[in-house]
Design a protein around this ligand. Structure first.
Ligand SMILES: [Zn+2]
Length: 503
């Protein structure tokens, strides 16, 4: 998610932020003239060969009923380090079923009064070709394994399912022009040193955590609909009933999102190296704004590829949806419901930065949300200062205001390093995890220099690309180079203190 979500915060804090933002961005001209600059050396992409989980799915989407029906086959290799007698999947669509009280936490903001619940039904599960048992508790599917799933061995699962898409302002919903399917596909939970991580679907933050996998997806839609996704679609084979089937395969991604769009959508397309960049927008939107968004996406993808490491996927999609904020998925990002018909460069760049921080370098976004959000917010401003300097200066000015008064939260035990489930509102979450988290990195940069920061983030990227990093992994990359003072610096900032970095 991006700072746009702060718009939802009520009260004085919002008013201050809005005034500051309006003043800062008024008359902001984008500087398109300069060549992309980054100070770190170019790096080459690595291909991970031991992808632990392969997802094969074939679904049919009924756009009138808003249903997805199909099967998911999962071939998973046990890389948990021990024998398992169960396996867990996240089934996030089940959060929006009938009868769930969604007025707690931040859900109130997402589930407006006109929302319509959805449903998720798993009709059958097979384990190694035989009918298996299963149970779903909220957004977690548990499948017991009769035969032990030993370390290094592979299991074959098959799930048959039907889901009805809910109507709300969230990641998985629809409007009159599109169905946007974020977190729809059951994804295997991570088993780390603490065991299986089966966190509920928290309302604050982007509470996701998964390993990379291969996704082979086949999706059938009516012929007057278009599909874009995390993968690059081979498009549309005509079925006997007149519908179209798109197929796509992609490696090394930790989720698979899709948007199904009617003919009101159009796209801008450009090639950046081996990657096709598409910006999908409604015909009713400003062409000029769409062009600016598209250009920002291209520039950011180019810049981060050069500074941190190449974007390795064949496609990158920036897609208008009706979600209340922008949102990142691997290879595809949402722009929010378009109310102002202006360019959303800040959102485009922030979500593009997430392709590196969250997408390629994974982390437990429940336990350590700062690890992707603070780093993405920092990277966004770093880019902006080079490519859109007035916007970058605006980011820094805004940060100065938003990081004042954080003691109120810190006295209640909330810090940059707190997990999402500690936060009870989006205001404190944004102020600490995004803004103060980015300030922590900017204050370090002031001492060690931009070049060193770029180099260390590149080292971090290279070491953890397609893997899962923890906060202490991130800190180690810095302290390996800068000495133990770096560890002390981060640990203090993450727990509410604000020391200067001294080498
Ligand atoms: Zn974000």
């Amino acid at each position: 998610m991006n700072k746009g979500e702060m718009k939802k915060v009520r009260g004085k804090w919002l008013a201050i932020m809005f005034i500051v933002l309006t003043v800062l961005l008024a008359g902001c001209k984008e500087n398109n003239s300069k060549e992309t600059a980054g100070t770190a050396k170019n790096v080459t992409s690595e291909v991970k060969e031991d992808i632990p989980t392969i997802y094969d799915t074939a679904i049919t989407i009924n756009v009138d009923e808003k249903t997805l029906t199909g099967t998911l086959k999962v071939k998973s290799t046990n890389n948990t380090g021990k024998t398992q007698d169960k396996i867990y999947f996240h089934v996030y669509p089940n959060q929006f079923r009938e009868g769930v009280d969604l007025l707690g936490g931040f859900w109130r903001e997402i589930i407006d009064k006109n929302s319509v619940p959805g449903s998720m039904e798993i009709t059958e599960v097979q384990v190694n070709g035989e009918k298996g048992s299963f149970q779903i508790k909220d957004t977690v599917l548990e499948i017991p394994l009769d035969d032990n799933w030993t370390k290094g061995s592979t299991i074959d699962l098959e799930l048959n399912f039907t889901m009805r898409v809910p109507k709300n302002n969230g990641r998985f919903s629809y409007d009159e022009n599109a169905i946007w399917l974020g977190n729809w596909i059951p994804i295997q939970a991570v088993s780390d040193e603490a065991g299986w991580v089966t966190e509920p679907y928290h309302s604050i933050g982007d509470p996701f955590y998964s390993q990379v996998g291969t996704y082979n997806v086949k999706v059938t839609v009516p012929s007057n609909y278009q599909v874009t996704s995390t993968g690059k679609e081979e498009g549309g084979v005509l079925e006997q009933d007149g519908s179209l089937t798109y197929t796509t395969s992609i490696d090394n991604v930790r989720d698979f999102a899709m948007v199904v769009m009617n003919e009101s959508y159009q796209k801008l397309t450009d090639q950046v190296g081996k990657t096709t960049v598409n910006t999908w927008y409604l015909a009713s939107e400003s062409n000029e704004a769409a062009k600016k968004n598209h250009e920002a996406g291209i520039k950011a993808l180019t810049y981060f590829s050069k500074v941190y490491g190449p974007y390795p996927y064949p496609e990158y999609d920036i897609v208008r949806t009706g979600m209340f904020t922008a949102m990142e998925f691997p290879g595809l990002v949402y722009l929010p419901k378009n109310e102002r018909n202006e360019a959303e460069i800040g959102s485009v760049v922030h979500e593009t930065a997430h392709q590196w921080w969250y997408g390629m370098v994974g982390n437990n976004e429940v336990k350590e949300p700062w690890l992707d959000e603070a780093v993405a917010t920092y990277s966004t401003t770093r880019f902006m200062l080079e490519e859109y300097p007035e916007h970058g200066a605006g980011d820094l000015e805004l940060r100065k205001h938003l990081t004042q008064g954080t003691e109120v939260h810190e006295r209640r035990g909330l810090f940059i390093g707190s997990p999402v489930d500690k936060f009870t509102n989006i205001g404190s979450y944004s102020q600490l995890v995004y803004q103060k988290g980015a300030l922590m990195l900017e204050n370090l940069e002031k001492v060690i220099g931009k070049e060193k920061m770029d180099q260390l983030l590149q080292n971090y990227f290279k070491k953890y690309q397609y893997e899962i990093a923890t906060g202490s992994d991130f800190i180690s990359v810095f302290s390996d180079d800068l000495g133990p003072e770096a560890q002390e610096y981060f640990e203090n900032w993450l727990t509410g203190k604000e020391p200067e970095f001294k080498q």
